[in-house]
Design a protein around this ligand. Structure first.
Ligand code: FAD
Length: 498
């Protein structure tokens, strides 16, 4: 069946990202885009930290960065600081971008490992412009310097998710998308194919469609409730299943990074926006009550509380099928891994990219469905492994929760990564896996997984030229960061909230 009507169910971050992308991409064709959302049900509204691919998503839509950041109270993010994950009192930084660069085909971290074993005590983060800038609370974009001899600056955004959805709503409606307010009360299927035919609102209005995008959040209105796609539960590896969110005042968005602080049965996020901090405590209900989690969060805020606590429940995992018949699930309806590395909005983004790449106005095919499900499944599994690493690689012994995480069995794919790194500092990055060698190295070294050797290829690199090259990298980073303004000044000049 040819596709003339696309219906998106849900108007959270996923729904409006999908509406913005689809309204732009199908414009010029005779295709309508309708989005149904219910104000009464509302959105989760807590996805506030992103990763650099999200900057590309906005560029692809031709969104004006300054205007958008100003409207969503956005700030810049250079990475994540992890506190108390290896041991209580320790911290490390997971930066965007890379540590140094490959020299003669050898990964930078291997060169660094060799030098360290030979007695050089320069920390690896000295070779990350993003980390040094974050430590000094400074920020600039690569374009500001217009110099090829300085390292690029990789960044993402912190943003108010509700305002971002509003911003995209304006964008999508300006390109012809139509919003329908109402609660979906019923979903009708075709008898023959089992595909979704229409949704009925509680007003009685029927909205027919040829292709549906399920962005209805955890409930998975189409993908699960109507089509029973099934769910793969990953709680044995990612046991946190609750969160409480609580915004507080801040000192004007000075920090260009997210902070993730581990507590006794989970961890706390802090996301600095221009006029407030987004905060939340992700925890495991088997080891901690809601009241205790709330009290810990309240006692660890950097400002005055601005709202009532928002309690959320979830089960980490993924749908067995992300694409089922004529329905594609995006966002929380597709699956959920906790926000430790800000990957949920990213998965919406890549879901949209894959959908657009596979989409055809001639109708849906089994081949499209299979390809989407295979690629998305791999993507989820690789992100899952990276998140589990943070829990598995703890050395904490202060609570039953951390004892469980430290001693749990992990997926073979992750165990292999840990074993390879422990032996020779090798990171094997598969296909287009999201997290780079720098990401894996940052977390492994940051949480105390120390390799006993290094890649023998490093022997091909000769001294003193090598040490001189490393010193030059460090110098150029120092120069770059020295020339940057403070993050707060940058934001106030570039994209101040109206
Ligand atoms: P929702 O926001 O739940 O939206 C669902 C929509 O469906 C709503 O509009 C609702 O009204 C509509 N709807 C539902 N049922 C019906 C119905 N019957 N009829 C009509 N409409 C209906 N992601 C990140 O990338 N970074 C982060 O820092 C981050 N932090 C997070 C922290 C927590 C604790 C949680 C739980 C998630 C976090 N996420 C984060 C994930 C992020 O919040 C979501 O990926 C993102 O908000 C997308 O949500 P959504 O649009 O899928 O669902």
């Amino acid at each position: 069946m040819a596709i003339g009507k696309i219906v998106i169910v849900g108007g959270g971050t996923a729904g409006w990202m999908a509406a913005a992308a689809m309204s732009r991409l199908v414009s010029g064709n005779d295709v309508s885009v309708t989005l149904v959302e219910s104000e009464q049900i509302g959105t989760v509204g807590v996805g506030e930290a992103t990763i650099p691919h999200f900057v590309d998503f906005n560029r692809l839509l031709d969104i004006d960065e300054r205007e958008m950041l100003s409207e969503v109270q956005g700030t810049f993010k250079l990475g994540i600081q992890f506190v108390n994950w290896g041991q209580i009192g320790e911290s490390y930084f997971h930066p965007f971008g890379n540590y140094g660069y490959q020299i003669d085909g050898v990964d930078f971290h291997n060169i660094w490992l060799k030098q360290r074993m030979e007695g050089n005590d320069r920390p690896i983060h000295a070779f990350s412009a993003e980390t040094i800038a974050a430590m000094h609370r400074k920020f600039s974009r690569t374009e500001d310097f217009q110099r090829d001899d300085l390292p690029p600056i990789n960044y993402a955004y912190h943003l108010d998710a509700g305002r971002y959805a509003q911003y995209l709503r304006k964008y999508a409606e300006a390109r012809g998308a139509v919003r329908r307010e109402g609660k979906v009360a019923d979903v009708a299927l075709y008898g023959e194919t089992g595909h979704v035919a229409s949704v009925t609102l509680d007003s009685g209005d029927v909205i027919e469609g040829d292709f549906f995008i399920d962005c209805s959040g955890f409930r998975g209105l189409l993908i699960e409730q109507a089509l029973a796609s099934g769910y793969e539960d990953w709680s044995q590896w990612l046991p946190c299943n609750r969160a409480v969110a609580l915004p507080c005042t801040n000192d004007g968005g000075t920090l260009p990074y997210t902070r993730a602080t581990a507590h006794s049965a989970g961890w706390q996020w802090r996301v600095p926006l221009q006029e407030r901090n987004g905060n939340g405590h992700v925890y495991c209900s088997e080891y901690m009550s809601d009241d205790e989690a709330h009290a810990i969060l309240r006692n660890n805020l950097d400002g005055e509380v601005l709202a009532e606590p928002n309690f959320l429940r979830f089960t980490t995992g993924r749908r067995n099928k992300f694409w089922n018949g004529n329905v594609v699930a995006l966002g929380l309806s597709a699956g959920f891994m906790e926000p430790l590395e800000s990957t949920s909005i990213h998965l919406i983004n890549t879901g949209i990219s894959k959908l657009v790449a596979l989409f055809s106005l001639d109708g849906v095919t089994q081949a499209q469905e299979d390809a989407f499900n295979r690629l998305t499944g791999k993507e989820y599994a690789r992100i899952r492994d990276f998140l589990i690493l943070h829990y598995k690689a703890t050395q904490r012994t202060d609570s039953a929760f951390w004892d469980y995480c430290r001693t749990m069995d992990v997926p073979e794919t992750l165990q292999e990564k840990i074993d390879l790194f422990r032996a020779n500092g090798q990171i094997f990055r598969e296909e287009d896996e999201l997290f780079t060698a720098t990401s894996w190295v940052a977390v492994m070294l940051g949480q105390g997984i120390a390799p006993t050797g290094y890649n023998p290829m490093t022997a091909t690199l000769k001294e003193p030229a090598l040490s001189e090259e490393l010193s030059e990298v460090e110098r150029s980073i120092t120069h770059l960061v020295g020339a940057m303004p403070s993050h707060r000044d940058y934001v106030q000049k570039y994209c101040p909230a109206p």
